[in-house]
Ligand binder design. Structure first.
Ligand SMILES: Cc1cc2nc3c(=O)[nH]c(=O)nc-3n(C[C@H](O)[C@H](O)[C@H](O)COP(=O)(O)OP(=O)(O)OC[C@H]3O[C@@H](n4cnc5c(N)ncnc54)[C@H](O)[C@@H]3O)c2cc1C
Length: 463
């Protein structure tokens, strides 16, 4: 491969930032083009005109197993803006709380004692869950790509109640799709890497600042490493050696030795030439990607209503609540796979969300809503159905255009980790290195987990 001295990266979301930063660090003259006036893409914040506050489009959660994303934050100097939580609080209607936290046993048994004590599952259900976890330990993810996680759970004899109370909330939040539609490969990934491999895997990292403060700094960091960021530049055509774009109405061309597209899948389809489409079958099925929506609701009450940092609402229409101030009067509610919420008005959404808060935190009854803002992200993530999993493209192909983005074949569901991995792998491709050369080490699979059959993707494996 000829030495690459210059590169253009189209799209300034997490994948584009990750790619541009690693290339700049390696001395490539990199230009990052982003259509908006800020970086961060779908992990974003905005000023709410009603309150003047800077709020996120939605709470973004990282897990300790997201080692590439954490590596990126480290490089951006933002790792200390993440607060780590070992506990998960599962709350039932009426307010009963079960705390799930790693105990004294090694992985994969670290959650066993708190699941056995949890009140939202019976002892029989906890045993059933253990049975499925044993099957998950040994499951070959790739072999399950074409089937749904619903089928896996049926094979593992899980009752409907356990699915509703445990499997559904975890899978829907992690994969943004119902258990009946999500590819088993994606869901198995979440449990193998995010729960079972290491007793730290499932620790939850929540940003302590608006998302924009994590990614704004990328501009300075990439510039100091020698790269150039161009905001407000809309890419109109990508090819292996150049990117065409417009600044306002002015057409501009950015020639380079290498071009990386870190654009959303639905945008890429419009900017690839007919000839590249014909010779590179990675572009043939872009139109078949489906999306799944997420709803984030910011709500502030006139007094404290919640005394937990976050909560899973067992069998709730609202899946997660996050406390957004010390007092517990500002909350953020998240509904993933939120198709049926998309047509609702903000008033209807408010009624449902506040109804859930009152049902699960009865002390909140009587508190008044001071402000509420619902943010609907209709195309929040691609939908990892078996059909979509089968068509996620790899980073390189005959057209020479390098692809990145959470929707490419990262092996992960649509996450900040998947986006970062894709960016690092794209950078390695541009540098002519092995796909995994720039990837961070995953958390080690615990000894007992290994003995029980769990295998992690080796470092350097892609997909
Ligand atoms: C509501 C919501 C909640 C989420 N929650 C979580 C979570 O809790 N944990 C988690 O890990 N992940 C979460 N995600 C997913 C995560 O945000 C994404 O996986 C990640 O941000 C995708 O990054 P990306 O760079 O691949 O894509 P994008 O963020 O889509 O980046 C693509 C970039 O390309 C730019 N662009 C588009 N067209 C052009 C053009 N013509 N020219 C130039 N630039 C262009 C866009 O403006 C954007 O900046 C959530 C996503 C949403 C929407």
């Amino acid at each position: 491969m000829p030495e690459v001295k210059s590169a253009v990266v189209a799209g300034g979301g997490i994948a584009g930032i990750a790619c541009a930063l690693r290339l700049a660090e390696r001395g490539v003259r990199v230009t990052l083009l982003e259509t908006r006036k800020k970086l961060g893409g779908r992990a974003t914040s905005f000023v709410d005109v009603r309150t003047g506050e800077t709020i996120d489009n939605c709470q973004h959660v990282a897990l300790a197993c997201c080692t590439n994303y954490l590596d990126l934050l480290q490089r951006l100097g933002a790792a200390d803006r993440i607060q780590w939580h070992r506990e998960q609080y599962w709350v039932e209607p009426g307010g009963r709380v079960s705390v799930v936290r790693p105990g004294g046993f090694p992985a994969p048994l670290h959650f066993a004692s708190s699941v056995l004590r949890a009140s939202f599952l019976t002892l029989g259900e906890a045993a059933l869950l253990g049975r499925a976890m044993r099957a998950i330990m040994r499951a070959d993810r790739a072999a399950w790509r074409a089937r749904t996680f619903g089928e896996f759970l049926r094979d593992a004899c899980q009752s409907e109640r356990v699915v509703r109370r445990f499997w559904a909330p975890v899978v829907v939040s992690a994969c943004n799709l119902d258990v009946g539609r999500v590819s088993a490969e994606s869901a198995l990934h979440v449990f193998q890497e995010g729960f079972l491999a290491n007793s730290r895997s499932a620790e939850m990292g929540l940003p302590t600042v608006p998302l924009v403060e994590l990614y704004d700094r990328a501009e300075g960091v990439i510039a100091r490493a020698g790269g150039v960021i161009r905001l407000g530049v809309s890419v109109t055509e990508v090819s292996a050696r150049s990117v065409r774009a417009t600044i306002g109405t002015e057409p501009v061309e950015f020639p380079a030795d290498a071009v990386v597209s870190a654009l959303p899948v639905e945008r890429l389809a419009d900017v690839v030439s007919q000839s590249d489409r014909q010779r590179d079958d990675r572009f043939a099925r872009l139109g078949e990607f489906e999306h799944s929506p997420i709803l984030g609701v910011h709500v502030r009450f006139d007094r404290p209503v919640i005394n937990l940092p976050h909560a899973v609402l067992v069998e709730g229409a609202t899946q997660w609540l996050f406390r957004k101030d010390d007092a517990g009067s500002a909350l953020h509610a998240v509904v993933s796979a939120a198709d049926e919420w998309m047509p609702l008005s903000e008033r209807q959404i408010a009624e449902r969300i506040v109804g859930d808060i009152q049902a699960y935190f009865p002390d909140s009854v009587g508190a008044s809503v001071v402000s509420l803002r619902a943010v609907k992200e209709k195309r929040a993530t691609f939908a990892p159905t078996p059909a979509v999993q089968a068509i996620r493209p790899g980073p390189t192909g005959p057209s020479g255009i390098v692809l990145a983005g959470d929707w490419t074949d990262t092996g992960w569901p649509a996450t900040m980790e998947g986006a970062t991995r894709s960016g690092y792998v794209a950078a390695a491709s541009v540098l002519g290195e092995a796909p995994g050369a720039l990837l961070a080490r995953p958390l080690a699979v615990g000894r007992v987990a290994r003995l029980l059959g769990l295998r992690s993707a080796p470092v350097g494996a892609y997909a």
